[in-house]
Design a protein around this ligand. Structure first.
Ligand code: PLP
Length: 453
């Protein structure tokens, strides 16, 4: 099937000229990888003729799958009409205006304004710029410190990487000294004998302790993903977000929800913040805003911050050439239209996601599975050697790497983070397609158990 004659040549050129993100560059230059050349619905195809069910929605972005013609056509039409103009110097463009308006309608009531970027990383950089500007304008220039969490992922620019808490990234770059980290709410990893509820409160209170340590007059904001995605789909205990919210409310700390993965229906509601009862002042989005078809990100700016920025005080000295790019915004408008017209968030939350979560829990009794966790169309299966002690299957996550490779070989695209298999299938999956995903994952788990048994 569709196997171009020049696959080998393409792979050779890829190895020779293309440096890949988050990749062992030496190993890739020697071994090469998979070249994906076609996709439809929830399936991707590569130049070797393999077809895979995409259990990751690309990189957590193609929530509506790969066959959304309405989005493709909207981009094409926009490129013919106005392929580019900037939003600097008192100029705007119609798709940017329309998308800003639509986003204010689908986000919680406190959000009426948006600042556009091209990516989630830039949006998180923008959060820092907004927060610092906000406190400067309020006459509190000493409020500059930002608290984040270990093992969080907020992007890969210097600032976003510093906000994130990924140890391998921090090893390779000097982080910004005004960003501080507390522990993540990872009960399976760190909760020991505590109940998830008690652990959730305890780990949330690390925020309060950190504010006390750094000084409330110096701490500006706390940033977090409602559910940590790249860190391993870490579903917080039910007590965690209410306690964090109490602390932010009492301590004059801005709450930034990074919704880059959770946004646009991943956890069963439009926003992860809604699923977990958070009331953020700023909200980062990217990825699924265009269904991944065009690069676009941004920050929803809540009234508390926007009112201060809009009250005067001069220029906000921040912007990107492609902030509010007309073709990217056209993709965003079309994506929101599909989401609204098809009601897919509600359908997947009430029909497909419960089936997905129920079927995944069948693996709780599997010999190499220590925990199944998930919310909506978002899940992780944690691999262990010993269920009681939670001893890992093999050192350096080798068990999960084996399982991921086995799933890939069997036509299922899933990801491995630490010792967990992580999944975020498109919301447009049917229950029958979820059954296929489960069957393929089951084969990979069996092969892993046989290999390490
Ligand atoms: N924030 C979160 C929660 C993410 O998962 C990501 C990317 O995976 C980012 C930010 C960075 O987004 P981008 O890769 O578009 O810069």
């Amino acid at each position: 099937m569709n196997k171009p004659a020049d696959t080998a040549a393409l792979k050779q050129l890829d190895r020779a000229h293309h440096l890949h993100p988050f990749t062992d560059l030496h190993a890739y230059a020697e071994q090469g990888g998979r070249i994906v050349n076609r996709a439809e619905h929830i399936y991707i195809h590569d130049t070797d003729g393999n077809t895979m069910l995409d259990g990751m929605s690309g990189l957590w972005c193609c929530n509506l799958g790969y066959s959304q013609k309405q989005i493709v056509e909207a981009v094409y039409r926009q490129l013919q009409e106005l392929p580019y103009y900037n939003n600097f110097f008192k100029c705007s463009n119609q798709p940017a205006v329309e998308l800003a308006t639509m986003l204010s309608e689908v986000t919680p009531g406190q959000f009426k304004h948006v600042f556009f970027t091209n990516s989630g990383s830039e949006a998180n950089d923008t959060n820092i710029r907004l927060v610092h500007r906000y406190y400067d304008l309020l006459g509190k220039p000493e409020k500059k410190l930002i608290i984040s969490r270990k093992n969080a992922y907020h992007g890969s620019t210097i600032a976003a990487g510093s906000l994130g808490g990924m140890a391998p990234m921090h090893k390779q770059v000097i982080g910004l000294d005004y960003i501080h980290h507390i522990n993540q709410p990872h009960w399976f990893e760190n909760g020991g004998d505590m109940s998830p509820e008690d652990y959730g409160v305890q780990v949330a209170r690390e925020l309060e302790a950190k504010i006390d340590e750094l000084g409330e007059d110096k701490v500006a904001a706390f940033i977090a993903e409602p559910v940590q995605g790249a860190g391993g789909v870490i579903i917080p205990p039910s007590t965690y977000w209410p306690e964090v919210q109490r602390i932010c409310d009492e301590r004059d700390i801005l709450l930034i929800a990074d919704e880059v993965i959770c946004g646009f229906g991943r956890t069963g509601k439009w926003w992860g913040s809604e699923t977990y009862g958070m009331k953020p002042h700023l909200m980062t989005f990217a990825k699924a805003v265009t269904n991944g078809y065009m690069p676009l990100g941004g920050v929803m700016v809540g009234d508390k911050v926007a009112d201060v920025l809009l009250a005067g005080g001069g220029e906000f000295a921040h912007g990107l050439t492609y902030s509010g790019h007309p073709a990217a915004c056209a993709a965003g408008i079309a994506t929101l239209n599909v989401l609204k017209e098809t009601n897919i968030i509600e359908t997947s939350a009430t029909e497909v996601a419960p089936h997905f979560q129920r079927r995944l829990r069948e693996f709780e009794s599997h010999p190499v599975v220590g925990q199944v966790r998930g919310q909506g169309m978002f899940a992780a299966v944690e691999l262990v050697k010993d269920k009681g002690s939670r001893e890992r299957l093999a050192p350096e996550s080798a068990g999960a790497v084996f399982c991921r490779d086995s799933a890939n070989k069997n036509g299922l695209m899933v990801r491995q983070t630490g010792d967990a298999m992580i999944m975020a299938p498109p919301l447009v999956c049917s229950t029958g397609e979820i059954d296929i995903l489960i069957e393929k994952l089951g084969i990979a788990l069996d092969e892993t158990a046989a290999h390490y048994g």
